[in-house]
Design a protein around this ligand. Structure first.
Ligand code: SAH
Length: 522
């Protein structure tokens, strides 16, 4: 195969549940992948980190197909590796902890395909931590064992020696054991583990569906049945389980464990999602908006020509999307940012100012508030606008406040429509199920359209969100929410995504402190 690139396979542990728990090495390889073969337990959100044109192969289950057998997976990896491609094998947890990573590496090595194993965070340790259970703790547990519950402990051929494990280790973690909880707990008790040993089950650790059920070892199987606990779940037995009361992540930070609905467009959601996730929140993305470019080329060229003639005193950018769209179009029309030389640039908020900065432009004015009223006031205060021409690149159907107020002050405003924000199509079914079950703790709104469009997606009915905290980026968004029947609990003081998260965490922390105080005094 002379001349063909040499392929490579990365066997990557993606960690359990939370997509931000993948290692830097794993993410770097994933971002360069040409083929991704992924497992059921690998966080599905990570697939969006693969390049857009990467081939995604679901080894857990193909539509209308059974799950791939291990031999089929090995063959698939070898074939794509031999075709000279960069192949990522994405697995949940760590590849070498009940992950069959060893089998894949041996097959690749025998076939002469180069490969690299990237370790991952295993659910056996991090899955417990996600629920507030440390696998060791000074003075409580100095050893732990991780064992598969896949085998039937009553069968003599079983490899795991439950009787010896029962007393040989302080903390015992059982993977794949949900189907055999009765026989496992009986075997442990028969082997000498106290029936009163603290035990817990953690379902879908690190995901918005995480659940914790705890009970003494003798009762944990019945508790699992009662609470209809489903795989994937971890069984943990040992005194460390009692530490959960002090180490419950939800007690430690305002956002931890909060299921937060993110309603902005997919392109814009990532900063908010990253901020939420870094504090242990569980962001649930339901994009309510899609942006479509909607520019009249004649109007655009006219605006550019006027810029070249230095006609505009001001250009007021009202969103980061407006900045990006305008500058992309400018580039396409073989013009560069020197056309702005004789105009002042106003950015309505920090995100818009940042978008300008990324393009090498510094905003001359960033009004403190993003409302039409305060932007107009700030521009007028910065210099008389009477008889001055002002360019306003913006979205179709944007709020008329700003142009109206500037016109009233004597300005000659030229609105240039660049894009349309439209309700997003087809929200995913599981997000809608989470909402309908009343499982959303916080809803974030970053513009009036996110409120309006969410209402449309929910068929005009916000009742499933009535116990959720409603957080709005600013007063305009909050008043839209109010008009549509929601009571905003949080209105950000700084009208940016950072400000929204800041105000939200302050609100939740205070509410939690109040709740603790009531608990302490009652
Ligand atoms: N290689 C994986 C384990 C694969 S075996 C790792 O290192 O985590 C599959 C078992 O792992 C499941 O049956 C369950 O017991 C456990 N598991 C994996 N991810 C989990 C999660 N997010 N929450 C709870 N259990 C999980």
């Amino acid at each position: 195969m002379k001349g063909q690139a040499l392929g490579h396979v990365w066997i990557i542990g993606a960690g359990p549940g939370d997509p931000s728990w993948i290692t830097a090495a794993g993410l770097a390889a994933l971002r360069r992948a040409e083929v991704v073969v992924y497992d059921r337990l690998a966080p599905p959100e990570l697939l969006s980190d693969a390049p857009d044109d990467a081939l995604l192969i679901n080894a857990g289950k193909e539509p209308n197909r059974h799950a791939m057998s291990q031999d089929e997976i090995n063959t698939c990896l070898i074939e794509h590796g031999n075709a000279g491609l960069r192949v990522v094998r994405l697995k949940g947890g760590d590849p070498y902890v009940f992950g069959r990573g060893g089998e894949e590496v041996i097959a690749l090595s025998e076939a002469g395909v180069p490969c690299t194993v990237v370790p991952g965070i295993t659910s056996a340790i991090a899955g417990l931590a996600a629920a507030g259970i440390p696998v060791t703790h000074r003075g409580v547990a100095v050893s732990f064992s991780v064992v598969t519950g896949h085998e039937d402990p009553t069968k003599p051929a079983a490899q795991a020696n439950w009787h010896r494990l029962a007393t040989a280790t302080d903390t015992l973690v059982v993977l794949m054991g949900v189907g055999r909880l009765e026989s496992i707990t009986q075997a442990l008790i028969a082997g000498g583990r106290a029936a009163t040993s603290p035990a817990a089950l953690i379902q879908e650790a690190g995901t918005p569906n995480q659940r914790l059920v705890s009970a003494p070892l003798s009762d944990i199987a019945a508790a699992a049945r009662e609470h209809q606990l489903r795989p994937p779940a971890l069984l943990v037995v040992g005194d460390v389980v009692d530490l959960q009361r002090s180490l419950d992540p939800e007690r430690l930070g305002p956002l931890a464990g909060q299921r937060v609905l993110v309603t902005r467009s997919r392109q814009q959601a990532s900063t908010l999602v990253d901020m939420l996730r870094s504090e242990g929140a569980l962001p649930i993305v339901l994009p309510t908006i899609e942006t479509h470019q909607r520019t009249d080329p004649v109007a655009f060229i006219n605006a550019v020509n006027k810029l070249k003639e230095s006609r505009f005193t001001w250009i007021a950018f009202t969103s980061a999307t407006a900045v990006d769209t305008f500058l992309d179009l400018l580039g396409e029309s073989d013009t560069d940012t020197r056309v702005f030389a004789n105009s002042r640039l106003c950015a309505v908020g920090n995100a818009t100012a940042h978008a300008l900065h990324v393009r090498g432009l510094i905003a001359d004015l960033v009004p403190e508030n993003a409302t039409g009223e305060s932007v107009a006031a700030a521009m007028i205060a910065a210099g008389d606008v009477n008889n001055q021409e002002i360019l306003l690149p913006r979205a179709e159907g944007a709020h008329p406040d700003l142009p109206t107020l500037l016109t009233q002050a004597g300005a000659l405003v030229e609105e240039l429509t660049l894009y349309l924000s439209a309700p997003a199509a087809d929200p995913t079914a599981d997000v809608l199920t989470t909402i309908s079950r009343g499982n959303i703790d916080v809803v974030t709104f970053t513009s009036s359209s996110t409120v309006k469009n969410l209402r449309e997606i929910l068929n005009g009915d916000f009742s499933d969100l009535k116990s959720a905290t409603i957080a709005c980026i600013g007063p305009t968004t909050a008043s839209t929410a109010e008009q549509l029947g929601l009571e905003p609990d949080v209105v950000a003081t700084d009208h940016s995504v950072t400000g929204l998260v800041g105000s939200l965490r302050a609100y939740l922390w205070e509410r939690r402190t109040d709740a603790n105080r009531t608990e302490a005094t009652s």
